[in-house]
Design a protein around this ligand. Structure first.
Ligand SMILES: [Fe+2]
Ligand SMILES: [Fe+2]
Length: 342
């Protein structure tokens, strides 16, 4: 059971447990106290083991009142009567899991208010023919995702050395090993419409794409804890299938063009990348109230940027005949030009 926000105290064993069997033997600074356990079971062992690290006040109350935990309850009473329970204030804060669930509630609320209602996702959910989604938007979505994935190291790399928590660091490194090079998958799609790696290297992403990349890079450097909350959303934590791909197949976009995009989507789904944030936060024992409040405030900004990333794709590619915003170098000045799909 998690410590509740209203738990003022937790309880720990006031001594060292020397033996579990045949009776529980606890050594205090000046005494050895034996607690007889008439009926041994795993519940009793578990209780003592957990008391070594501390059990929340609310759980202690639950054990005392739960008739199914009769053995544990009797041991608890015996420990109390012998002064073997030490009460102390737990660290101020909440568990990583508890914090994440609240942040997920907030981000879901914001996603339903904004991103899921924006023009890009509205069109994807309703499109029946190519009159509903211009092909340029389909290509544009792949181009902007290429730019985003091409810059994934900007924001994933800073947290690979996350020293505060070994398990989190390992999970992040494992994820990065699976992620690395996904821009190459999308490049395979773009090559089918005549866009090369060289073309893309001389192309500026949309400002909305770059804003998202830069914000994530900033958070990864300066606020890794918050950055971890964004990964589940970016990797599609609630998605069972990709609505963009569904729409593209439905309106008759060539399956050959879409197959590398589908391969990428399948890696996310099969590799359970969407659950990475939950995995990370389950390894974080405590988050302070101050960190929690800051993370909530930043969630608003992140969802706004993510919403603008997709809205920006529709706004630009649905209204532009050219696909690539080429950066042309001239002797006089640099400028952004355009490139038509071959
Ligand atoms: Fe990926
Ligand atoms: Fe992924």
């Amino acid at each position: 059971m998690e410590a509740k926000a209203f738990d003022k105290y937790e309880y720990r064993l006031a001594g060292e447990c020397l033996s579990f069997t045949p009776s529980v033997l606890i050594q205090t600074t000046d005494n050895e106290i034996e607690i007889n356990v008439l009926q041994r079971n795993s519940e009793a062992d578990e209780l003592i083991r957990r008391l070594i690290h501390g059990i929340s006040e609310s759980e202690i109350i639950q054990i005392e009142t739960d008739r199914r935990k009769d053995v544990a309850s009797k041991i608890l009473i015996a420990l109390k009567d012998n002064g073997l329970l030490r009460k102390h204030a737990p660290p101020k804060g909440r568990s990583g899991k508890e914090v994440l669930l609240e942040i997920e509630d907030l981000s879901n609320k914001l996603l339903y208010k904004t991103l899921y209602k924006n023009i890009f996702w509205e069109k994807c959910s309703k499109a029946k023919t190519q009159d509903d989604i211009p092909l340029n938007v389909i290509y544009g979505m792949i181009i902007e995702n290429y730019h985003f994935l091409h810059r994934e190291s900007y924001f994933d790399a800073p947290v690979l050395s996350y020293v505060s928590n070994t398990e989190v660091r390992l999970a992040m490194n494992e994820f990065y090993a699976e992620e690395y090079g996904h821009d190459e998958l999308l490049l395979k799609s773009l090559e089918k419409v005549g866009i090369s790696r060289e073309d893309l290297a001389q192309t500026a992403p949309l400002t909305e794409t770059m804003a998202l990349c830069n914000a994530l890079a900033y958070w990864a450097h300066n606020d890794p804890l918050f950055f971890f909350t964004t990964l589940g959303i970016l990797e599609g934590k609630d998605i069972k299938q990709d609505s963009f791909l569904d729409a593209a197949y439905r309106i008759g976009v060539s399956p050959d063009l879409l197959s590398p995009v589908k391969a990428h989507s399948d890696i996310n789904l099969n590799g359970k990348h969407g659950t990475l944030t939950r995995k990370i936060f389950s390894k974080i024992p405590i988050i302070t109230e101050k960190d929690f409040q800051r993370m909530k405030a930043q969630t608003h900004l992140f969802i706004e940027l993510y919403d603008q990333f997709y809205s920006g794709i529709w706004k630009f590619y649905a209204n532009s005949h050219s696909l690539l915003r080429q950066i042309k170098l001239s002797s006089e000045r640099d400028r952004i030009g355009s490139h038509n799909c071959k």
